[in-house]
Design a protein around this ligand. Sequence first.
Ligand code: PGA
Length: 254
Amino acid sequence: MANPPRPLVAGNWKMNGLSASVSELAKIASGAADIAPNVELMICPPTTLLHRFAEAARDTRIAVGAQDCHAQPSGAFTGDISAEMLADSGACAVIVGHSERRTLHGESDEDVKAKAMAAARAGLTAILCIGESREEREAGATLARIERQLEASLPDRFDARSLVVAYEPVWAIGTGLTPTPGDVAEVHTFIRRLLTGRAAGAGEGVRILYGGSVKPTNAPELMAVANVNGALVGGASLKAADFLPIAAACGLAR
Ligand code: PGA
């Protein structure tokens, strides 16, 4: 059995943050000294802050990621930003297929796959989000949904460096609701099986994050679940006082 993948706790700031937020990043960076050294830490600010955050996080253990990218490297796509541009601004990763992009911008699995492949082309890690709706969970269709979504949005080739998968039940995002540890274990173990089925060696090393209402209070329980290799944190990543205890819980659970 290979060593478990190095855990990752990533903060998705969504459309939050102005220049003054650099001070919160500095608090996260200084508090990170107390987090177990094997835990990788990342903040994904809005694109307007990407370069500034990347500069401020230089020489700290905080990596900086982006929240979305266009599939093409350049061209006539007004308002869009390519993976190459994100890399040029200092990002080392990009979230693709977040449920808010899928729902509010109509992104399909095919779009998400193209974005994940664009991320790899630019040398970024794609944090690929998947998750079932409340109706699908209640209908007992969660695993079928996860399988369809993952199979259709996974890049053709991937490894532990180019891909992270985030399981984010849509009904758990921003609601304060979370699945039981047993339900999380079932889905994460299923995702691991799908990944190793697609790429035996590489699939073992891909981090599978849990996301959706992760808080300091529930992180110890969620981070201890089998095949949970960290967290994608929304609201609770905006404050060092919430984000750091989640990262600490992830370190303690290893
Ligand atoms: P939340 O968001 O932690 O605020 O529920 C998670 C996410 O959308 O990635």
